[in-house]
Design a protein around this ligand. Structure first.
Ligand code: ADP
Ligand code: ASP
Ligand code: MG
Length: 418
C-alpha cells in the first residue's frame, strides 16, 4: 500500500483535479489518496465559523454562497452533465448553520470547517469514477479516532490502527480526507491547521505503507521558502532527524507532526511536485544524514519578543521558570525561542490573542516588556556567508548560536537578497 497526499493548492480548480487523476492513474499498486480542502477553502470556512458564532447572518449568507459557487463551478467544469456529488453535504452544512451555536467555539469550528475536506474528496471520488477510475470514498472519521480536544485532537493510535487495517482493503484505490477525525461519540474533530500531511502519516503508519508521497507546488523541500528567498534550492535527501528539526523551527512545507509516525516505522516520505510529477523530489528516509547539507533558512514572521524579570528582583530560577511555563502552557502559547539570564527570561512567540492573555497573567509576578513586529530566522548548518545573507543591514534584537544552528530575532523590515 502507498499513501499519496494532495494539499489544497494541488486541487484548487478543475485542472488541479484532472492533474491529480493523471498522477494517480500512473500507479497500479494499491493506493490511499488523502486530500485537503480545495484551494483556500479552510480560510473561507473559518470565516463562516466566525460569522456563525457572532450570529452575523448577512456575512454568513454571503460567505456560504461564495463557498457554494466556488465548489459548484468546479463540479460544473468536471462533469458534462449535472452531478449532485456535493448537494447532500451542502444541505447538511446549511442545516447546521441554521441552528443556534453552542458556547464552545472550538467544538463548533470542528463541526463546520471539515465540510471543506468532505466536499473536495466527494468531488474527486465522483470525478475519478466518471473517467473510469474505480475507487472507494472513505469517511476518514469512521477510522481516524481521536480524543475530544477540538481543533487539536490527539489520535487514539490503537483504535485507529485497527479500524484502518480493516477499512483500507479489498479495493485498489481509496479517496479520503486529511485533517479530520472523530471522538468516541462520533463528533467530528480536526488535527490542527495544515494537518493533512499528518493524516497521510497516520494512515501510512497504521497500514505499514511502503511510502507516503506528499504532492506540493514546489519541487521538494528547498533550503528556504521560495516565496521569501528567491535563490532557494532543492534538497535531494534528508534524514528524519534533520527534517524534524526543520519543521520544528517552522519550515512550513511539512506539518511538524508528520515525521515521527513515519520514522518509527522507517517509512520514507517523498515530497514531490504536482506540477512536475516525473521529477525526483526530496526523499526523507534515513536515520543519518548521509550528504553534506548547505545552509537551510527558516523564517517565522509575526513574532513577539517578550522579556520578563521577577518583580521581587529574585533570580530566574526553577520556581519562576515553572510559573512562566505554566502560564504559557495554559494559554497554549508555543515558545519558538527561549533565552535566560540571571534576572531576565525572554521568549519569542507567534503573535495572537492568546499571547495577550498570557502577558496579562505574567504581569502579576513579573515586569514584562514586549516587542511586536519581529521575525525569527533560523539558519541550520550556518556559515559566515549565510549569516551575512540574513542579517545584512537588519536590526538584530536577539540571537542564539549553537554548533549547528544560528537564530536571530530581527525587527521586521523589507527583505532584499540582492
Ligand atoms: P499543501 O498544498 O500541501 O498544503 P503547503 O502550502 O502547506 O502545501 O506547503 C507548500 C508551501 O510551503 C510552498 O508553496 C512553499 O512556499 C512553502 N515552503 C516553506 N518552506 C519551504 C521549504 N523549505 N521548501 C519548500 N517549500 C517551502
Ligand atoms: N485544509 C486544512 C488546512 O488548510 C488542512 C490541510 O490543508 O492540511 O489547514
Ligand atoms: Mg497546506
Amino acid at each position: 500500500m502507498r499513501i499519496f497526499k494532495f494539499g489544497g493548492a494541488s486541487v484548487k480548480d478543475a485542472d488541479g483535479v484532472k492533474n491529480l487523476a493523471a498522477i494517480v492513474r500512473k500507479y497500479d499498486q494499491p493506493l490511499v489518496v488523502v486530500v485537503s480542502a480545495m484551494g483556500k477553502t479552510t480560510n473561507a470556512t473559518e470565516a463562516i465559523v466566525e460569522a456563525y458564532m457572532q450570529r452575523n447572518s448577512e456575512a454568513l449568507n454571503k460567505l456560504v454562497s461564495e463557498l457554494k459557487s466556488y465548489h459548484l463551478s468546479i463540479v460544473d467544469q468536471l462533469f458534462d452533465s449535472n452531478n449532485g456529488c456535493i448537494d447532500a453535504l451542502l444541505a447538511k452544512l446549511e442545516n447546521k448553520l441554521s441552528t443556534e451555536p453552542s458556547l464552545n467555539y472550538d467544538f463548533e469550528y470542528d463541526q463546520i470547517v471539515p465540510f471543506g475536506e468532505l466536499m473536495s474528496t466527494s468531488i474527486i471520488s465522483a470525478y475519478l469514477k466518471f473517467i473510469g477510475m474505480d475507487n472507494a470514498w472513505v469517511d476518514v472519521r469512521k477510522v481516524l479516532r481521536t480524543d475530544d480536544t477540538y481543533r487539536s485532537a490527539n489520535v487514539d493510535w490503537e483504535l485507529t490502527t485497527a479500524f484502518m487495517k480493516e477499512q483500507f482493503q479489498g479495493k485498489r484505490l481509496f479517496i479520503t480526507q486529511g485533517f479530520i477525525g472523530s471522538t468516541p461519540n462520533n463528533l467530528t474533530t480536526t488535527l490542527g491547521r495544515e494537518g493533512s500531511d499528518y493524516t497521510g502519516a497516520i494512515i501510512a503508519h497504521a497500514l505499514d505503507a511502503e511510502c507516503l508521497a506528499i504532492w506540493k507546488d514546489v519541487p521538494g523541500v528547498l533550503n528556504a521558502d521560495p516565496r521569501w528567498y528567491p535563490n532557494a534550492e532543492k534538497i535531494d535527501e534528508l534524514s528524519y532527524w534533520e527534517a524534524i528539526e526543520l519543521t520544528y523551527y517552522g519550515a512550513q512545507v511539512i506539518h511538524p507532526k508528520t515525521l515521527k509516525p513515519l520514522q518509527n516505522k522507517q517509512i520514507p516520505l517523498l515530497v514531490n511536485s504536482f506540477l512536475n510529477p516525473e521529477e525526483k523530489g526530496t526523499v526523507i528516509q534515513s536515520s543519518e544524514q548521509n550528504s553534506e547539507l548547505q545552509p537551510i533558512y527558516v523564517l517565522k514572521r509575526d513574532q513577539t519578543l517578550i522579556s520578563m524579570s521577577p518583580k521581587d528582583f529574585s533570580f530566574i530560577m526553577e520556581e519562576s521558570l515553572s510559573d512562566i511555563f505554566q502560564i504559557f502552557s495554559k494559554h497554549r502559547v508555543k515558545l519558538n525561542m527561549m533565552q535566560t539570564s540571571a534576572l531576565n527570561f525572554s521568549v519569542c512567540v507567534d503573535e495572537n490573542k492568546r499571547v495577550e492573555k498570557a502577558i496579562n497573567e505574567l504581569q502579576h509576578k513579573f515586569d514584562v516588556r514586549y516587542n511586536e513586529n519581529m521575525e525569527l530566522v533560523t539558519i541550520r548548518h550556518y556559515n559566515e556567508e549565510a549569516i551575512d545573507v540574513i542579517i545584512n543591514g537588519k536590526d538584530v534584537v536577539d540571537s542564539q548560536v549553537s554548533r549547528k544552528t544560528a537564530r536571530y530575532v530581527l525587527k521586521a523590515s523589507e527583505w532584499n537578497f540582492e
